[in-house]
Design a protein around this ligand. Structure first.
Ligand code: LLP
Length: 457
């Protein structure tokens, strides 16, 4: 008999969820039924309909704990892990990460508000963005949230605000460290040619400008080199570069207390992916900062990091219902599902790959067929899988796509006026709604027909 090499047979690393394709609580029982968080996926779709996002609480908490534990183990100074909420923003996520002692990174008033409503303490929130509006900056300052200065425009406005309020404002600056890493060009941000942050060559001028302001207190540095990174060396280099910038800032009288190295640790989407563990990543970052500080006789700064994907991606799956089939003899068979690019824009945007299986035959125990899995949107490129191997399946069966916790819900749209799926939290056999399903009627909420167009009857 041919060995079944399904990814579902991989050993699960419970301490570093980013090294698994599936949530840590995934089980296939003796009747070949798939469960996550003690809940059968077929029961979830029966109750909550499809498509459905599911988040596993234990996987989420294990990821958070792995970051906390590694920081305690490898970094002798104070530290604060910060969740990059762009990966998946909700009141629930804000609440969960706050309960794990994390801070939060937000890039809009919407993300800031969600963080505050979810209970993240304002002093643990950082506000990023390359084009913050005046209203957003005011919101952050009124809520005593630290603003990360990304460019001269930010600097000018913060100077004006602190002068007009006549009080000191603590700021961090973001710079581009000039580090190249191997990831998709759209999610690479640390190289010189990036829309984010100050160029490293401009820092001396910047430090001088800030030291001449009356109320801006530069207390921190930030850099983020990209996302879905599997190499450790770029982050090792980043630690050293950032410590050198602390020294540079010191010459202008700035006392940098906080060093934020961004996020970027990759996750395993496919069998061939082998990201470092959370422990290894934190070890690399911590040691490089500690060694560089030691060499330069500097006190250790508060070390911050901003993981997004590696906190939430593996905790999430999406369940779709199979609808139509279209066989093109000698070419391919299309299998269409009830979602697609509106709930997961990553395949069409970055050609991203995912792993998936049938929920009632996860190991493909009968024959193996290859399908092109298409979404339901009116767009030829709306294809979730160019080629997916599944066992025998028919209309009405369900497939589960793994690794969809990050940058799916948060990047979802209503293209073709398709309502967004619900999100269900699973834990110890309990399932709870954390985001309600939209209805087509919800989508009409913001449409306005001017009076003169309303037909008089
Ligand atoms: N900090 C900053 C300033 C960031 O810009 C990002 C991600 C992170 C932290 C978190 O990075 P992570 O740990 O998640 O890699 N939509 C793309 C990813 C864009 C990442 C944007 N910035 C995707 O779906 O792959």
């Amino acid at each position: 008999m041919k060995e079944n090499k399904s990814f579902l047979k991989n050993k699960i690393d419970i301490n570093s969820p980013n090294k698994n394709i599936v949530p840590v609580t995934t089980i296939i029982d003796s009747t070949n039924r798939l469960s996550i968080g003690g809940c059968y996926l077929e029961d979830l779709v029966e109750k909550y309909d499809s498509p459905l996002y599911v988040l596993d609480e234990i996987t989420l908490r294990n990821s958070c704990k792995a970051y906390k534990k590694a920081l305690e183990k490898y970094y002798p100074g104070a530290s604060l892990p910060i969740y990059a909420s762009k990966a998946n923003s909700s009141i629930f996520m804000s609440n969960l990460i706050a309960s794990e002692g994390f801070g939060l990174d937000a890039v809009s008033e919407g993300e800031l508000l969600t963080a505050l409503k979810g209970g993240v303490p304002n002093e643990k929130i950082v506000f990023h963005g390359n084009n913050k509006s005046d209203k957003e900056i005011e919101f952050a300052i009124n809520n005593k949230i630290k603003v990360i200065v990304d460019n001269e425009h930010d600097l000018k406005r913060l100077k004006e605000i602190s002068d007009s309020l006549n009080y000191d404002l603590e700021i961090m600056i973001r710079f581009t460290p000039g580090i190249e890493c191997h990831t998709h060009e759209y999610i690479r941000t640390g190289s010189f040619d990036s829309k984010f942050g100050f160029g490293i060559e401009y820092l001396n001028t910047l430090f001088e400008v800030i030291s001449k302001t009356k109320h801006l207190k530069l207390i921190g540095l930030h850099a983020h080199i990209g996302s879905q990174i599997f190499e450790l060396d770029p982050h090792k280099d980043l630690g050293e570069i950032m410590v050198n910038v602390i020294l540079q800032a010191k010459e202008f009288g700035h006392n940098i207390k906080e060093l934020n190295v961004g996020g970027g640790l990759g996750i395993k989407y496919m069998q061939e992916d082998d990201p470092p563990s959370i422990d290894e990543w934190i070890k690399t970052v911590s040691l490089s900062v500690v060694q560089a500080c030691k060499k330069n006789k500097l006190n250790l700064p508060i070390l911050m990091c901003e993981p997004g994907r590696s906190i939430v991606s593996t905790a999430g799956v999406t369940i779709y219902k199979i609808g139509s089939f279209k066989e093109i003899p000698g070419i391919r068979t299309y299998l269409s599902v009830d979602g697609g690019m509106s709930d997961n824009p990553r395949p069409i945007t970055y050609q991203s790959n995912y792993s998936a299986c049938l929920i009632n035959n996860p190991l493909n125990n009968n024959s193996k067929n290859k399908f092109t899995v298409a979404g339901k949107h009116c767009e030829s490129g709306d294809v979730l899988f160019k080629e997916l191997e599944l066992g025998n399946c028919k209309t009405g069966d369900f497939i589960c796509v793994f690794g969809t916790g990050a940058y799916n819900n948060s990047m979802s749209s209503n293209y073709n006026r398709i309502p967004k799926p619900a999100t269900i939290l699973v834990c110890n056999g309990e399932a709870e709604i954390i985001q309600k399903r939209e209805s087509p009627h919800d989508l009409l909420k913001y449409d306005v027909l001017p009076d003169r167009f309303i037909k008089q009857s």
